[in-house]
Design a protein around this ligand. Sequence first.
Ligand SMILES: Nc1ncnc2c1ncn2[C@@H]1O[C@H](COP(=O)(O)OP(=O)(O)O)[C@@H](O)[C@H]1O
Ligand SMILES: [Mg+2]
Length: 585
Amino acid sequence: MKRWMQYVKPYTKYFILGPLCMIVEVLGEVLMPKLYSMIVKRAEENLVAETGDIWFVVGMAALMILVAILMMIGGVGGAYFGAKASVNFGSDLRLDVYKKVQKFSFANIDKFQTGSLITRLTNDVTQVQNFVNMLLRMFLRNPGMLIGAVIMTITISPKLALILAVAIPLLSVLLFVVMKVGFPRFGAMQGKVDALNNTVGENFTNIRVVKSFVREDYEQEKFAEANDNLRNAAMRAMNVMILTQPIMILVMNLTTLAVVWFGGNMVLGGTLPYSDFNALLTYINQILMSLMMVTMLFMNASRAAASAKRISEVLSETPDINDDTAEHKDRAVEHGAVQFKNVSFRYYKNSPDCVLENINFDIRAGETLGIIGGTGSGKSTLVSLIPRLYDADDGEILIDGVNVRDYSLHALREGIGMVLQKNLLFSGTVAENLRWGDEEATLEEMKAAADTAQADSFIESFTDGYAHEIERGGANVSGGQKQRLCIARALLKKPKILILDDSTSAVDTATEAKIREAFATTLKSSTKIIIAQRITSVMDADRILVLDDGKIAGLGTHDELLTSCEEYKEIYSLQMENKGVAANG
Ligand SMILES: Nc1ncnc2c1ncn2[C@@H]1O[C@H](COP(=O)(O)OP(=O)(O)O)[C@@H](O)[C@H]1O
Ligand SMILES: [Mg+2]
């Protein structure tokens, strides 16, 4: 509850004004039938006395018009303040969910899945927001109307009010059942919305791959299945409402029937004036309508509660990588020496097999380390532990002798330039993309970084150069160009540790050699960790680490490994045989 109150607080004014306006409206609504019946009553009396009293009718009519105007003002005000309160509530909530997700580690995101996070941020927040709006407009109005109308009924005829003593508990039980059955069904329905969003998200972000493999039909089937599941879950949830409606209406009609039967007899017997009977019917109708609205409110409550729970799950998730206990928060990465001590890691914490097992090695500041090994051997995983994209399960990783967990996350990641294997550019100009590395970079600095990454010449070949627009994901540049832009972006951070994860795989060998040469002169003092498939990419590194199935199979210079490491020899001879193919990588 405390969680939700914080979104109410800044808008308390609207949260109070909205329902207050609704009270004005409801007072009018309860008053109107009474005023009307007073006119009818006077008319009856006048008929008996055979006198005309037009001014009473005119006065009452004027009063009714005044009440109607007040009701209108109340209604409009209630809707306006209700909307203002709920929309602000929703927008603040959405922002907080978004901020929270930004703090998530890769593992947190793996846990929720992107599609589900999107549903929670959009659809679920909207559900809650709509409910808040409904609540503000109804929570005083309907109980208000209910109580007002019950009081009126009792003052008119306590005897007939007894009928309500049967009808109201009956409807309340019905309400309870609706809640009980509805809640889990709405929860399940939101789960299916997640699944649908996951499918759509995956398809839309990879639409190029889908098309190039002509997999549209398969993807359509996958979507149809998710869509069917959603439809069925939605039907199951709706069925609760569909069944409730006729039962409620039946109870309402029976109640009205009872009032007409008993009330009618009283009118005939002369114990109840016709004008009162008339007003009574209106009040009974109001009572039943407001009960119906309360049911609707509860039904929406069960739906919103399911959404609220899902939002809470995100908000209360602790980002499992944080720097709360870091001991050297103001320390920056100074030199860039890296040390792995008995490091083990697994993605699924209860799986018996480690992805990395007992990794031990040292890199001196300024050294270049090549990493080579088959796909799935754990190369990407190993380097992702350095900027703490994931945390090691056992052992420790030290930078300049300090555990990576003792740096602030900001300082740690500031000191490391990493080009991920699945690198991405964002929509915006070339310059905007490069400035991800350094927001304040001048054109000269950008050119220098691009020059080192061998990107300057092709950027200059665009008619608009550094102002050239990149499409989302970097769709309008070639794979090799994208890689070089990503390298330039990382270089602009002037990192103490530069990590390239297979970042030149789409670059031709001659250009790649130029990049390596440029590194040797412009990045002398930075530690460089270079993962590659091609042995030629790492051959002249100071040392090469050979990974095999999560374990270190060898560590040394190219020449040392050729004599000492079987796995290395194997990769070498294989690639030398297929040199022509490898060079086209
Ligand atoms: N996010 C992830 N969740 C679960 N398993 C993963 C994840 N990323 C990689 N793996 C698994 O960990 C192993 C090592 O992967 P990776 O480090 O990417 O290998 P490499 O980069 O050498 O090809 C593989 O078996 C892979 O399937
Ligand atoms: Mg990899």
